[in-house]
Design a protein around this ligand. Structure first.
Ligand SMILES: [Zn+2]
Length: 297
């Protein structure tokens, strides 16, 4: 007959707890580049999503991004996708280096490269990739990378127009994107979802149309681009969020932590001022990014 044994029950519960803990997904985001386009010793915008010790998603590839990727020990063959928030030079210029380097890795499976659509000022992401690797592109010597017959692996560019949230599912995470305002530049804000956690990356945006609030609700980490101070010229304000605007988004959306990155000479050295403004509106933790900084979720 079954006999209730308190010690056995506790042992089972303990084992269950240990197993759950051991099996829990370990998610980290690494800042490959914490700077903007300036010459300042920082790599330009780039982030790497690590899941259980493997690099799964590269967000942006500004100058110096690939060197930081190499230093991080990440493997190109582990990536499930690359996403470009927009096509400003400080967000994409290292992209061809990754593709060339990939040729020397064991990677064979295709690599999706997602990014915004074009307008009269900017090509769409697929057009941009064709200007690099197409048959008439600058790097036409590698044009087979756009075909399934590629010597190494195929890259699959996709231009995404997302007036409302669009979700793409990958093996280890889901990616949500939405169009955000960055002056005349087509740009995407994004959210990375896995298990019960989420990371939101503002990309460059003024957030004038309030799109980030559609992504950021209850996010565990809000990576915000801190390119300008509170008082700036109209031109910069059309492109970027002030610390006050970042804090408003963080507060309204109840994000758990804010990481300020895309740091520029305009904001470096003024951290205390930015924090003072932000803390009035947002009570959570605020961290300033450095290259190679890793944040565990
Ligand atoms: Zn930009």
């Amino acid at each position: 007959m079954f006999k209730f044994n308190y010690n056995d029950l506790m042992k089972t519960l303990f084992l269950l707890l240990i197993t759950t803990w051991l099996m829990a997904t370990e998610v980290e985001i690494e800042v490959l580049g914490s700077g903007g386009p300036e010459i300042d010793g920082r790599a330009s915008a780039s982030y790497l999503l690590w899941i259980d010790g493997k690099a799964r998603l590269l967000v942006d590839s500004g100058s110096g991004s690939m060197l930081r990727f190499e230093q991080s020990g990440a493997k190109l063959e582990d990536l499930e996708a690359i996403v470009l928030t927009h096509l400003h030079i400080d967000h994409v210029v290292d992209l061809p280096s990754y593709i060339k380097a990939g040729y020397f890795t064991p990677r064979t499976r295709p690599l999706p490269i997602l990014g915004p659509v074009g307008n009269q000022y900017f090509p769409g992401t697929d057009q941009f990739i064709k200007t690099l690797f197409g048959k008439k592109g600058a790097y036409r010597y590698m044009s087979d990378v756009l075909t399934p017959q590629s010597d190494s692996f195929q890259i699959i560019p996709e231009s995404i127009d997302a007036p409302n949230l669009i979700t793409r599912h990958f093996k280890h995470f889901a990616l949500k994107v939405i169009n955000v305002n960055h002056g005349i530049v087509p740009a995407l804000g994004l959210k990375i979802d896995f298990d019960n956690k989420s990371i939101v990356i503002s990309g460059d945006t003024s957030n004038v149309n309030g799109q980030l609030e559609k992504l950021a609700e209850n996010a565990d980490l809000f990576i915000a681009h801190h390119a300008i101070t509170e008082i700036h010229g109209t031109y910069a304000n059309n492109l970027h969020m002030t610390p006050g605007i970042i804090a408003d988004v963080a507060n309204t959306s109840h994000v758990k932590k804010v990481l300020l990155t895309h740091r520029m000479k305009r904001t470096i050295g003024k951290e205390e001022k930015s924090l003072k403004i932000m803390h009035k509106k947002y009570k959570g933790e605020i961290v300033f990014a450095e290259d190679r900084m890793k944040i565990k979720l």
